[in-house]
Unconditional design. Sequence first.
Length: 335
Amino acid sequence: MSSAPTPDEIARDATWLVHALDPAAGVARLVAMNRDSYRAASFLDDRLMQQPVDAQIVPWPDVEAAVDNSLREDARWIFHIGHVGSTLISRLLGEIEGVLAIREPRILRDIALCPAEVRQSYLKPLPTLMSRTFSDNETACVKATSFASEIASDLVPMGERALFMFATPRNYIASILAGENSVKELHALASYRAGRLAGRGIELPPPRNDADRAAAGWACEMTTLEAAAGAMTDRRIRWADFDRILRNATVELAHITDFFGFNADPGRLEAVAQGPLMQRYSKDPNYEYSPRLRGDLIAQELRLQGRDIEGGLAMLRSASEKSPLLARALARAED
């Protein structure tokens, strides 16, 4: 174990991930990382702490002292609605030379969940902290947790780039219903999402079934991205439908790397897009999960629960008559 890093050591490179924040105590947890540990970690949230790590608690003012106007703020960002392949895209981009992929650092969620008046005290250093790499010829690509979409406009500086990932509501609902853990998550987040929807003036009827809950989840997360886009007109945003990416992975990955300004050799892009990562479950590469399997599971749920899914879609269309934001989301994600 090392000692707590100084502000200069925090600023120097990406070695000290600013992992978590305790706003009540005004301290942050920093975790020592290297390129290999960033590459291996599916998520940089509390699951990172399930293995031996060098973690240090430092006062937040020490973290702030590491940031000044001379440091870069050029991280690329991936925001998403959850369960739409953002981890896969982050892993694929992380295989390209010069890209440091950073997946779901917990601090983004910690700050997003703070009350607005508390949040403002901690936001300013984040674009710089998330842009640190190990060399000048690397660029950070941060895949945020879906909670962080609420603060996307605070994280992406003017002129910088963000990828917004989604799926059509039909495919999203079916994919959620196909997974035992995703259904459990659906129930756990239902009241939180209902509150966020209400905050945007969107009122949905009480859910009749899990398809309705999944439809509400899509509406919550997708309108969050739409609201963020509306607040980010001075930044560059690319929208990406995950299932469209899967249908032509090499071409779509090339579009994303070009958008982000990554220097990727076409041969390397094809090798990455057609390689083993496309056949594994990105959250845990020990498990197989291919584009074909995703398609089969969606088709299965459309067959088994098609009536409920269509009911959820009808609920969204009805609610969109009173919500321009939801109407915009549905128009963007038309089948």
